[in-house]
Structure formats: structure tokens, C-alpha cells
Design a protein around this ligand. Sequence first.
Ligand code: FHN
Length: 419
Amino acid sequence: MQWWLDAKFGLFIHWGLYALPAGEYKGRKTNNIAEWIMHDFQIPPQEYAQLAKQFNPQQFDAKAIVQLAKKAGMGYIVITSKHHEGFAMYDSACSDYTIVKSTPYGRDPIRELAMACQQEGIRLGFYYSQAQDWYDENGYEQDADNEAKNFRKYLDEKCKPQLRELLTQYGPVALIWFDTPLIMTADESKELRDLVKELQPDCLVSGRIGSGLGDYASTGDNFIPLLPTKKPWEVPATLNHTWGFNQFDTAWKQPEAVIRNLIKIVSRGGNYLLNIGPDGSGRVPEESCRILEEVGEFMQGNEESIVGTKALPVYPYDLGWGYLTGRSGKVYIHVLEEKPMVQLLNVCSTIKKVYLLANGEELAFEQRETCEGDACWNIWWPNDDQEAARARLGAAGKVDMVICVEIEEEEVEFEPIDF
Ligand code: FHN
């Protein structure tokens, strides 16, 4: 899974029939995430299924989405192949409830995405709701009487056959993003994991397969761990409050916030899986595109400080003004605030060279002991003028000025603080 550890940043796509009501059904607005509208309003399956007749997302442009992700510096894409609503967003032979068979659109967007990903050299994984299926009478549903269901029948007749299709019809699959296992047993989760690995041994399995059987952990939605964890981890995150498109949700995280989250997550060793929710016409909301494009401008000069980095030993202070990332022989200091100069205490590795990552401009530095005897690095902006240096960095320095410190040692060493 080295590719996944290196990638750090991925694109999540939540897209299904829920993109049509887009947060409102029969004049009633939801205050929950938009893709839950069928459950939240208890819309009967046959009634909800009528949405398929209106689903004709002619604006869906797989290539443009892949290029958007690539330009943002993302290394992989994960798209909902079947969310809890039970509707297959691909050409599935084992159900009639699919985008190909039951919509006027009649195309397989997942095939188009898989082809675009192959052309652009970006990995593609599939979200698959393995336990919740609100359309299938034997699929689980949160807060429903699940004990009464024949889950074995659902597993054998829908879930496993569909996973088999996804893993045999679209070329190499980077990962299966399972979600909400609910009351699935460990044996059932293992059965799905085994199926994935039998069909595609290199395909990763997300943490939400249940019973700790994932290749990596998925944190709670939008929750960033503070402390090191045992397993590699990924933060699935929204750009506003919803995953599926909601016409009323305009609470967009601005590019600054996204860049800060990315750096925070990467500095702690995690991956950031950031969502877009195309609308019912297939169009990606303009705001999502604008935000990702600006993140891309930051990544253009600073990608080296994100992609392929690994978690440093835990730095003993909360810097407040920034974060540290690193790789062999290099420490990247991410400066997110105004600072007359940059000081790191209790760092004892030997500096070779210091420069602004995005334009190579060298910075003066010294290594010394403080009056209290702590090893410390001091770094100065050219002419003591941070703003002028920021201006020279252009878009790459707008939010975060990344300082690259080359060191003699393979790995940076921090002095423990024991007071
Ligand atoms: O219920 C889903 C939700 O709709 C969305 O898919 C998120 C993404 O992480 N997962 C579940 C809630 O955690």
C-alpha cells in the first residue's frame, strides 16, 4: 500500500439519485447530509426509485473531474458505486436498479471515470455500501429492525455479486471504500475482505469494512486525530456540510481552510480524502472547482512537502503558527502566520541548507543553544521581510510559506522535553 501512503491527498465523489432532490423532497428540506434523504424522510423504495426516470446527467464529464483532481495534487479518486440508497451508479448485471438500466442517461459513468483515470494515470477506487441498502428488502438500515432481515440473502445475491462486478469489469481497482458496517459480524466482514483480495490482491480495503479488518483506518467524517495511531489512517472530509449535492448548502470551506487541513493531516501522517458532490445534471459545483483549483496552485510549488512525505517523530510542541512535514534528509516547515523570523526549539539535527520550497530562494539560518540550553534552529526571511518573500512566491505562498530545511541526518531528531 505504499502508493496510498505516499499519495496523501485524494478525491471522494458522492453521486447518486440523491443529487436530484438535492436536499429537498416534496417541499421539505433536510437538515442532514443530502444523500440520507430517502432514510430521513422514510421515502418508500418504489417511490424513491421514480427519481431514476428523471436522472439524465448529461453534464457529467469524467475527464474534467480527473483533471481537476490531478491539478489539485490528488493521487487517487474514490467514487460511490452504490451508496446506502441501493442504486448502482454503474452497469450491474445483478440488479435492474442501475444508472444504465433505469435512467434516460443509460451510460456507465464509472466506466468513463475508469477510462479517464487510466489515461491520466490516477488511481480509482470504489465506495460500496456493504451493509446499508435501503432499496433491497434484506439490506440493513440504520435505526430499522435489522434483525428481521435475511442479510445472508442480500450478501449472496447483491453485495458480493456487485463487488465481483466492480472488481472484474473496470481494470485495476485501487481500493474498495466500505462504509457503515452496522451489525455485520466479523465473519461477514472477513468474507468481503477475502473476496476483494481473491479478485484483486493489491486492492486496499477501507477501515469501515468493520471489525478492524481494513488495511487502513478511516477516521470519523471530518475528524483529524491528534495522536499517532497504530494503523495508517485517512480523514474522509466534506467541502461544505454534505457529501451528496445539496442545493442549499453554501457553507464552503475556503481554500485556506482546506490547505490548513491538508497540512495538519499530512504532518500527523494521515491521508485527506476530500469530497465533491456533482449535482443532478452531473456538474461539479462551481465552488468546489474553484476551491480545488486554488489548492492546486498551492500544490504546484509545494507538492514535495506533501506527496511522498512520512510522519516525523512527534514534535513536542504545538507550534500554533504552523506544522512540520518531512522525508529522508528534509524537514518542511509550513509557516501559516506572520512571523518576523522562524524559530524551532529542541531540534538537534544538523542543517545543511535552508530555502523556500516553491522558488528555491535561500534563507539565512543558525543553529545554537538557547539561554536555557535547548538546541534550536533560527531562520530569517530575506531582508527580514516576510511579506516581500511571500509576494515572490505568488499563489504558492498565499496561505502557507513552505521552508525546506536540508539536514545531514536521515531523520530529524527532536530533544524530548522532560520538565
Ligand atoms: O453514511 C455515510 C455518509 O453518507 C457518507 O458516505 C460518509 C462518508 O464518510 N460515510 C457515512 C457516514 O459516516
